[in-house]
Design a protein around this ligand. Structure first.
Ligand code: 0WD
Length: 272
């Protein structure tokens, strides 16, 4: 008896086998869920590399469908939900696991962010939750669960996270407001705040290797979170086990978010 027996859902954000969306998908699949997926559209239809990368992962687990979706395109979003409705009728969960900021705006200081870069990053990384949730509510069963992915840089300054921090602040606020609006329909909306995981998007954040090292020495568990732990926490929030949880940002970061300063044993001896 799986936690997701008879449950159906839509996963937005698998890019490859290192994507957080894939780690969550594996856990939800193991609990019996049936899923449909989107992938970033391929610029050259003759060379569908995005589709191929994702299909290689999701076909073996019985994907109901795999369709292109650029969340900046309302027609594509409408088409995704038409396919979802045709395939499933109603769904029980939705995972939003996407983000993007133009590298030149992400790597520079926030005070230098361009107007267009700000708009693009906010559109893909934050407005997309609004666009997806507004469509999902039309076909979601009571008891349904919407989950997005966030990071501590949306709550506090994390050097190098920069513009994406502003996007995550907006994403987390949208999570709370949409949770307050959909609760009467029995739909929960939460955010999972993961510690650093080595993925393609992460490689766009300044000095990611140093961030991993810092988490190892500063977090209460003195280590980084594993992909499997992120996957299981995501599955928890999408499942009925989290039936009383909504509007929440759950940290799965080995406790790093509680630290106000480095642990004393993290300061090199003799550096007084
Ligand atoms: O340490 C990390 N990796 C953390 C990531 C820690 C905490 C949170 N997160 C968040 C990210 O901010 C993001 O919201 O998790 C989410 C997923 O990120 P990820 O798994 O680290 O990144 P990735 O595997 O790159 O998936 C993000 C995907 C893009 O992948 P690529 O590699 O192609 O950039 O978002 C998708 C795309 O597949 N994406 C889009 N999908 C639809 N329309 C768009 C778009 N316009 N832009 C990007």
């Amino acid at each position: 008896m799986g936690l997701f027996d008879g449950k159906k859902g839509l996963i937005v954000g698998i890019a490859n086998d290192r994507s957080i969306a894939w780690h969550i998908t594996k856990q939800v699949h193991a609990e019996g869920a049936e899923m449909g997926f989107t992938h970033l559209p391929d610029r050259d239809p003759e060379r569908p590399k995005n589709e191929k990368k994702v299909r290689k992962l999701v076909d073996p687990i019985g994907a109901k469908f795999l369709v292109p979706c650029d969340v900046q395109d309302d027609e594509q979003l409408d088409s995704v939900f038409t396919t979802t409705k045709e395939s499933f009728g109603k769904i029980d969960f939705l995972l939003h696991s996407i983000a993007f900021a133009p590298p030149q705006d992400l790597t520079g200081p926030v005070y230098n962010v361009s107007r267009d870069g700000f708009k693009l990053a906010m559109d893909i990384s934050a407005y997309s939750l609004i666009a997806l949730a507004g469509r999902a509510r039309e076909i979601m069963n009571p008891g349904g669960s919407i989950l997005c992915m966030t990071y501590l840089g949306g709550e506090r300054v994390i050097p190098g996270y920069n513009l994406m921090g502003l996007c995550k602040s907006a994403l987390e606020s949208a999570t709370e407001y949409i949770a307050s609006e959909l609760g009467k329909d029995g739909i929960r909306v939460n955010a999972l705040s993961a510690g650093p995981v080595r993925t393609i998007s992460a490689s766009g954040v300044g000095d990611f290797r140093k961030m991993l090292q810092l988490y190892e020495s500063f977090s209460p568990l003195r280590r980084n979170v594993t992909e499997e732990e992120v996957g299981k926490s995501g599955m928890f929030l999408l499942s009925d086990l989290a039936g009383g949880v909504t509007g929440e940002t759950l940290h799965v970061d080995c406790g790093y978010h509680v630290m106000g300063g480095p642990p004393l044993d993290a300061i090199p001896a003799g550096s007084g």
